[in-house]
Ligand binder design. Structure first.
Ligand SMILES: NC(=O)c1ccc[n+]([C@@H]2O[C@H](COP(=O)([O-])OP(=O)(O)OC[C@H]3O[C@@H](n4cnc5c(N)ncnc54)[C@H](OP(=O)(O)O)[C@@H]3O)[C@@H](O)[C@H]2O)c1
Length: 276
């Protein structure tokens, strides 16, 4: 893979094209995968192809995604960065509820440490602010874990610029993970803020290409022009968009993984980028 590098938190050099391990679980991000062996193969192949940033969360499965990562890759190769999150409780397929109480976040961090089999979590992200808990309290719990050496860097997810500013009054925030792709640019302002501040921006749902990939649509035309697939164009566009974007396309299939990672060598001209 030929993706450029990004120094996450200033000291973790990652390839800018990572892997999101959410889709490895069962339907509704619930339970075991339909094809467990393929899920393990996807993780191993990702690392073989040069991925050294894997994104997961305690709530994917729940616990299943972290367990699969451990099973497929432990003992971890040097330089592999595993980013996890806490702050969402699961009650069933497709059901997610924010819980940002400090003691809960601490407990989830402790459990992720054990499941992943690491002494320190490279990047620990607050999955979503809990409207019932002051953000400063949730972030404070993360800072305490960092002081104890259980967490290396801190990140946020699903936040506004105002919330990032608030969190930064209490902590050094190295990454922000929000919904962002060619078809949904609602968080443009957050991306611009991160770019200006040198914070990594991890766009989730990076290949939501449906609308744009339709026959005759902009992705379809450009795909023929560049010999790339619509999914590759969507990823290449994110890499081109800003030097701080770290796309983490997710898949449960080795074939899609290989296709997605090949996007690192798709180069868009300025004209092609602005057309999209
Ligand atoms: N922070 C948050 O709140 C949050 C929310 C959602 C996701 N995330 C993170 O972001 C990562 C990426 O998001 P995502 O996985 O939901 O979305 P995505 O990467 O945009 O898309 C994944 C979907 O696209 C399919 N797909 C993948 N590659 C494809 C290809 N080359 N051709 C056709 N279809 C393809 C996958 O199905 P197959 O399995 O069949 O390939 C899957 O259904 C997640 O894994 C997770 O780590 C974070």
């Amino acid at each position: 893979m030929t993706a450029p590098l990004f120094a996450l938190g200033g000291d973790l050099n990652v390839n800018r094209l990572g892997f999101g391990a959410m889709q490895l679980t069962g339907p509704g991000i619930w339970g075991e995968p339909r094809d467990r062996d393929e899920a393990l193969r996807v993780l191993r192949r990702a690392v073989e192809l040069g991925v050294n940033l894997i994104d997961t969360a305690d709530s994917y499965g729940p616990v299943v995604s972290e367990q699969l990562i451990h099973e497929a890759l432990h003992p971890y190769p040097e330089g592999l960065v595993i980013a996890t999150k806490a702050g969402l409780v699961r009650t069933g397929p497709g059901e997610w509820h924010p819980v940002g109480r400090p003691e809960y976040l601490r407990q989830q961090a402790e459990l992720s440490l054990r499941r992943l089999g690491v002494e320190r979590i490279d990047l620990f992200q607050l999955h979503r602010p809990d409207p019932q808990v002051p953000l400063a309290d949730s972030v404070g719990a993360l800072v305490e874990l960092q002081r104890e050496g259980k967490v290396r860097h801190l990140g946020l997810s699903n936040v506004t610029v105002e919330q990032i500013r608030q969190a930064r009054e209490h902590a050094t925030i190295v990454s922000v993970q929000n919904l962002y792709n060619l078809a949904n640019r609602e968080h443009e302002e957050v991306l611009d803020y991160c770019a200006a501040e040198g914070i990594a921006f991890i766009p989730w749902f990076p290949i939501a290409t449906g609308e744009l990939a339709r026959p005759g649509g902009p992705l379809d035309v450009l795909a023929r022009e560049t010999n790339a697939t619509p999914a590759q164009l969507a990823i290449a566009w994110l890499l081109h968009r800003s030097p701080v974007t770290l796309p983490i396309p997710g898949t449960s299939s080795v074939a899609h993984l290989e296709e997605n990672l090949a996007a690192a060598s798709v180069r868009l001209t300025e004209e092609q980028f602005s057309r999209l």
